[in-house]
Ligand binder design. Structure first.
Ligand SMILES: [Zn+2]
Length: 563
């Protein structure tokens, strides 16, 4: 029989052995600082609604989308938590984990009173830099060496890539790729080593002196290597002078872009260094076909199946070169899209298409009647797209009208202006026993309300607050009714810009060692992407991040415990 003292001692040794067993240092902790994972790839599909994969699930093959649905964490209900569902803000949101009130990007282009009152600026244009790699055939005559460059100058928050660069004192390398400048630049961030996008005419990949003074050798070789002609052949296009218009709205463009991403990863030897590298790849082709043909078209269907094959090819290549066990991949989209108004009207939905220039003109008449009945003044700046209408504050200020008076008047008169529009020629007549579609203002909110309140104490109020920004202009935000949008002059066409769920619904998915495979139906948001990856990589979340770490999709325990 053991003495109590010997029994206690044996128990203690067993406990110590057990403790040691569970506290063994992990051989390779999952931290960006030590190159675990070796590479993070963020894939953003431009205009890809959250229901598409479910719609075509039985036709998906290989390790494209099914890499996420079968082996990754797949979130079925991811919704943007703001009301301005456009391309530039969506990409900025994915990179920064913040909304427009955090990252400062509200649209693809806007009036910026601090830069010019004569023309709008795009989200990324920057006259302090010039484009790099533009072929002479695409440069304007007389100014071949100087074409306005681009930069992330308007981003007011850091991205996941920026934080990765900061955490590793610049040793991590971060790149962005897209066919569109804004979609290459914004998700990658301010500290990115490079961003590449295509020249509209030639299809060649270009960049800006913000990043570098000449294209890297591998990019020059890619541009010179006959890949553009191959993409044109795949797209059955003979004319090589309008790449953007002719080749980019086809499945061949996704393949072309993913091949460039491979050339980048190879050329810069990403995922082979001592710390984690990051690439954002924004696939633009879907958006072009989606706008032109609508989400329910056969063209969109074929685009999705083509993309599935191309993602399979890209992920399989990553597996061969870096090994998928060394890579984390995240997938999302910058916005969804509405069913085409024609399609919605056919089913009896009030899917009107008001004429935006006519609406602006009508609102201007009503403002004139109120503030300057003797003169014709232009109170509204001609702005591109809804949901914002920008007021010309100079005209109001010349009449000593303050911002609150001006914006309140515009908000009050807009529904009236909309009601006064001649009924538009309906793109598709509803059935004969239903009334024709009528445009309706579901809400109008002013800049002052959006930035200072009061806003409705509801989910809508939160969406509006997240959509506010300040570029020195006065504005109001117009919410049209669901499936209502400005006249697109096309029966099949559609767009995205609204707070309605179809514009906010996107996929969110992760693949990689720390993720618990499964299908998740929690309501999540694209801001959670940066928050989750930052947490797993052991680095700070981006400066304005508001996302949640998606712990339900993580294997339990420290990620270092994962193989
Ligand atoms: Zn987009």
């Amino acid at each position: 029989m053991q003495s109590p003292a010997r029994f206690a001692s044996a128990l203690l040794s067993s406990l110590i052995a057990l403790l040691l067993l569970f506290s063994l240092p992990a051989a390779s902790p999952a931290q960006a600082y030590v190159g675990r994972p070796k590479l993070i790839v963020i894939v953003v599909i431009d205009q890809f609604r959250g229901d598409y994969v479910e719609r075509y699930r039985t036709e998906l093959k290989g390790r494209g989308f099914r890499l996420f649905t079968d082996q990754g964490a797949w979130f079925t209900d991811c919704y943007y938590d703001y009301a301005n569902t456009k391309t530039a803000p969506g990409h900025a949101t994915i990179g920064t984990g913040a909304y427009t009130d955090g990252h400062g990007i509200e649209a693809n282009e806007w009036w910026d009173a601090s830069r010019s009152n004569d023309h709008k600026v795009t989200a990324v244009e920057d006259e302090r830099y010039r484009l790099v790699g533009l072929p002479s055939t695409s440069s304007p005559a007389g100014a071949p060496a100087f074409v306005i460059g681009a930069s992330p100058r308007n981003l007011r928050a850091t991205t996941l890539g920026d934080e990765l660069r900061l955490a590793t004192q610049g040793r991590s390398r971060v790149y962005g790729v897209s066919l569109k400048d804004r979609a290459a630049i914004l998700p990658a961030g301010q500290a990115a080593n490079g961003a590449f996008w295509t020249d509209d005419a030639s299809g060649q990949f270009i960049t800006s002196t913000y990043y570098m003074n000449r294209l890297p050798q591998w990019a020059q070789a890619f541009n010179a290597g006959g890949r553009i002609a191959e993409a044109a052949r795949e797209a059955h296009v003979e004319d090589l002078s309008h790449f953007h218009d002719l080749v980019e709205p086809t499945p061949a463009a996704n393949r072309y872009e993913l091949d460039f991403a491979r050339a980048l990863i190879d050329g810069e030897q990403l995922g082979r260094g001592p710390v984690t590298d990051l690439v954002t790849v924004s696939l633009s082709a879907n958006d072009l076909i989606g706008h032109a043909k609508g989400p329910d078209s056969e063209e969109e269907h074929q685009m999705i199946l083509g993309l599935d094959r191309d993602l399979d090819g890209f992920f399989s290549w990553l597996d061969k070169t870096i090994g998928l066990q060394n890579v984390w991949i995240a997938l999302s989209a910058d916005h969804g899209v509405a069913a085409s108004p024609a399609q919605a009207a056919k089913l009896g939905i009030d899917a009107a298409t008001p004429d935006l220039p006519a609406l602006r003109a009508r609102l201007n008449l009503l403002l004139n009647a109120r503030f300057s009945p003797q003169e014709a003044k232009n109170y509204i700046l001609v702005s591109g797209d809804l949901p914002y209408l920008t007021l010309d504050r100079r005209v109001f200020e010349a009449d000593r009208i303050d911002e609150k008076t001006a914006e309140d008047a515009a908000a009050e008169l807009l529904p009236q202006a909309l009601a006064q529009l001649a009924p538009p020629a309906s793109p598709a007549l509803p059935s004969d026993h239903r009334l024709p579609p009528t445009p309706t203002a579901a809400g109008v909110y002013t800049r002052l309300e959006m930035t200072r309140g009061p806003l409705p104490p509801s989910e809508l109020g939160r969406l509006l607050a997240h959509s506010s920004f300040d570029h020195g202009n006065w504005y109001v935000m117009l919410m049209l009714g669901p499936y209502q949008m400005q006249d697109l002059h096309s029966l099949a066409g559609t767009t995205h810009f609204s707070p309605w769920s179809y514009d906010r619904h996107v996929p969110l998915a992760f693949y990689g060692a720390p993720f618990l495979p499964g299908e998740y139906h929690e309501r999540v948001a694209p801001v959670d992407l940066a928050a989750t990856l930052a947490s797993l990589a052991g680095i700070n979340q981006p400066s304005a991040a508001v996302g949640r770490v998606l712990t339900e999709a993580l294997k339990t325990g420290h990620p270092s415990a994962q193989p």
